[in-house]
Design a protein around this ligand. Sequence first.
Ligand SMILES: [Zn+2]
Length: 114
Amino acid sequence: MSKIKIAVLCAIIIFALATPFAVRQYKIKQLRRQKEIEHANACNNNLRLLDSSKQQWALEHKKQKTDTPTMEELRPYFGQGPNAIAPACPDGGVYMIGSLGEKPTCSVPGHFLP
Ligand SMILES: [Zn+2]
């Protein structure tokens, strides 16, 4: 067997072994990205709930833009009764409710209300 044939055969073998690995790595990367997007969307929904709860709290208690509710004060407005569980970031971020003039925020980068 000539050196060229051996080189071509080696190249084919390397390609055959590397391709499934590369495809698998690509799929893993895609799944991670999809999971990040799902978590960011879920967190965004939580932030919207916090924001709408703040607005309802402000209307009922005649609050001003500088007033800041606590999570306990917002609990009745989460739509699950007075003992509702506060929303939690799927990535473990910490929510800052902020004043009525501000949007609630999450400590995880990329999790925010637009
Ligand atoms: Zn978050």
